[in-house]
Design a protein around this ligand. Sequence first.
Ligand SMILES: Nc1nc2c(c(=O)[nH]1)N[C@@H](CN(C=O)c1ccc(C(=O)N[C@@H](CCC(=O)O)C(=O)O)cc1)CN2
Length: 304
Amino acid sequence: MTTVPLSSNKLSLSNNATVIIDGKRVAEEIIESVKSRRAIENIVPGLAVILVGNDAASSVYVRSKSARAKECGFVSKQFDLHADVSESEVLELINNLNNDSTIHGILVQLPLPKQINAHHVIQSIAPEKDVDGFHYLNTGKLTTGDTSDVLVPCTPAGSIHLIKAVMGSTLSGKHAVVIGRSNIVGKPMASLLLQENCTVTIIHSRTETPAELCKLADIVVAAVGIPKHIKEGWIKPGAVVIDVGINRITTEEGKNTLVGDVDFDNVIDKVSAITPVPGGVGPMTISMLMQNTLEAAIRSKRIA
Ligand SMILES: Nc1nc2c(c(=O)[nH]1)N[C@@H](CN(C=O)c1ccc(C(=O)N[C@@H](CCC(=O)O)C(=O)O)cc1)CN2
């Protein structure tokens, strides 16, 4: 078996080699295009990132978002709130940011501590500043196919970007299986695939015969949150597999490591293309956030 890396300007599923999709490289290309578009537009987008508590992984992601924003020439404001902050204090901060004309994008890092209702918080963000794409107005537009001024959730946006990079115009009519039905990934992912004229099946915890259904898929998007859950028996030969899972595990040898929802080594001989973990979809999430923030800033300039 030969494997080749994928960058968005070097794509092919035609030469029988398995493509290991290099999400890090594609993500860098998106960052470069955000930087140059920002300069052409001559604007300074403002991104506000709210972190509640001190979850280690969330702190890393938030720092990375703030650093990327600065690298892109944005103004980045990070708000680190104490783990036992009240919901009303978070809502008050969001209200201030909604009214701040220098801020074009607002996001609240998830998950949130138990005392805070994530729905209340997300729905309080002005839809045009909701760069995570979680507000009902944005999810509603995505579901109904109204792509005017929509902000699409970052991980599904990154995933569809990678799928299109690999499959191009051959995407239409293909059977896609999304494993997982979360609001952040599974549901918006299914909407994006539908928009590309795929036939879409969502598999979830109550689905009967999930492996049999998955085996019919030309495209598999795994977002189930169970380490190495998807095995070779779930995969149709030649399928394109996008692994959204990020699971921290300790191996039998006692080594801490990061694995996806797909058992990479077990399926690699069957797929035509696959995203690794780490280095696949993860880096795309932050690049798409930068793209959404730039888009929100451009739209606000258009309206002003
Ligand atoms: N408000 C939000 N909260 C969360 C989101 C989100 O999109 N908006 N997604 C995830 C966390 N996340 C971004 O916030 C995120 C996860 C993973 C990566 C990433 O680059 N992963 C690397 C591995 C990094 C590591 O070693 O931990 C990879 O896969 O290569 C970026 C962003 C939940 N919360």
